[in-house]
Design a protein around this ligand. Structure first.
Ligand SMILES: Cc1cc2nc3c(=O)[nH]c(=O)nc-3n(C[C@H](O)[C@H](O)[C@H](O)COP(=O)(O)OP(=O)(O)OC[C@H]3O[C@@H](n4cnc5c(N)ncnc54)[C@H](O)[C@@H]3O)c2cc1C
Length: 348
């Protein structure tokens, strides 16, 4: 394979959640050839899947930022140095092969890399399918609201009782013709304030109601409900939003040769796992005093990638220099190539 073969990399970042996205940016910043891989069809991990519309208050520098805006910024930043980004792609295994690693992907592909950064969070996450009506997925049934405008003037039925269900109901209310929230229990997992706000803003809330059928022609047209008193109700529906939470499949770290504690990869202060050259960051990793927050994950990503750079070339400096140095700025804002900082402080 030639040197610039897309299947030969310096670093593969597994997972494009917030922490993996920042690790991808950072690898580019360090001048490494990086591929990012995620099982989902879009970036953002738990943030995109569970709370895109929610305000996050504890990301440094942003008094409040929606999950969606944070991911949009992280994705733009991750792309600064032109990484390869593969979505809808599962990493099935990471195998040691001499001084390299073989990363086996779904679709029968393998990437050969010298370092791996595992940012797999809580594992491969997939929306929990509706118990009935899943066959309408892609024909009016969605599990994530990514494009509010796509539901303009629709009669929308949101199924679920958690924060995401309420967030999406509120997000769609201003553009939709009607929004009905269907929840099978009397009480909600979502914050009470969100439920009150939804009721105030015109979302019809049906509790102790269960979807028994989803019907349509080439796309969804109506939803049949069984109500708490045993009666049936037909609701017109152009869109159905399934918000029943996520199913996660833990990453099989032990079979990849990694030491784990409570299913997370154990790491040292370099964020390196028990296998030299494999690093783990964000919710996928653990160590004494670990705090699973987005901001701690960002710091871990920078630590992991700087140490991966030194693992690749021990002559490189651990400290990358400052991104404010003109020579280190992303290609979009400078001319010239990325200098590689050596331990002596010399740049090339
Ligand atoms: C409702 C809710 C609210 C939250 N609010 C906050 C908050 O206010 N502040 C805060 O700091 N944190 C919050 N968190 C926690 C925060 O979302 C997580 O700490 C953060 O998402 C971790 O990021 P990550 O990149 O490590 O992992 P994740 O976001 O879990 O992303 C991991 C990615 O890896 C992918 N992946 C996994 N395995 C594979 C594989 N084998 N192959 C390919 N891809 C794979 C997944 O598909 C996923 O996209 C909240 C969490 C929840 C559930």
């Amino acid at each position: 394979m030639s040197v610039d073969d897309p299947l030969v990399r310096d670093v593969v970042v597994v997972g494009a959640g917030p922490v993996g996205l920042f690790a991808t940016y950072y690898a580019g910043f360090r001048g490494l050839r990086v591929t990012s891989v995620d099982a989902q069809s879009e970036a953002g991990g738990q943030v995109t899947a569970l709370y895109p519309g929610k305000l996050i208050h504890d990301v440094a520098g942003f008094p409040a930022v929606t999950g969606r805006d944070l991911v949009t910024g992280l994705l733009a930043q991750a792309k600064e140095y032109g990484p390869r980004m593969l979505f809808d792609t599962d990493v099935l295994a990471v195998r040691a092969a001499g001084e390299r690693f073989e990363v086996d992907l779904s679709g029968d592909r393998t990437i050969s890399t010298r370092t791996v950064v595992l940012a797999t969070g809580v594992g491969g996450i997939h929306p929990r399918p509706l118990p009935v009506g899943h066959e309408w997925y892609g024909r009016g049934l969605v599990y994530v609201v990514t494009d509010t405008a796509a539901h303009t003037d629709h009669d929308v039925v949101v199924v679920g009782g958690g924060d995401s269900a309420l967030d999406w109901a509120l997000q769609l209310r201003p553009v939709a013709h009607s929004v009905t929230l269907v929840h099978r229990r009397r009480s909600f997992r979502a914050h009470e304030a969100l439920v009150d706000r939804a009721a105030r803003e015109g979302v019809e809330i049906l509790t102790e109601a269960e979807v028994t059928a989803v019907e349509g022609d080439h796309r969804v047209r109506q939803v049949i409900l069984r109500l708490g008193d045993g009666t049936t109700r037909e609701l017109p529906a152009d869109s159905v939003v399934g918000a029943l939470g996520l199913l996660s499949a833990p990453t099989p770290f032990p079979s990849w040769g990694l030491e784990v504690h409570q299913r997370k990869a154990m790491v040292d202060s370099r964020m390196q796992t028990s296998v030299p050259g494999i690093f783990a960051v964000g919710d996928a990793s653990t160590y004494l005093g670990k705090v699973s927050l987005i901001v701690s994950g960002f710091g871990e990503a920078a630590t992991a990638v700087n140490n991966a750079a030194v693992h690749l070339d021990p002559a490189l400096a651990l400290m990358p220099g400052h991104s404010t140095d003109d020579d280190l700025a992303p290609p979009s804002s400078r001319t010239g190539s990325i200098p590689v900082v050596r331990a002596s402080g010399e740049q090339r």
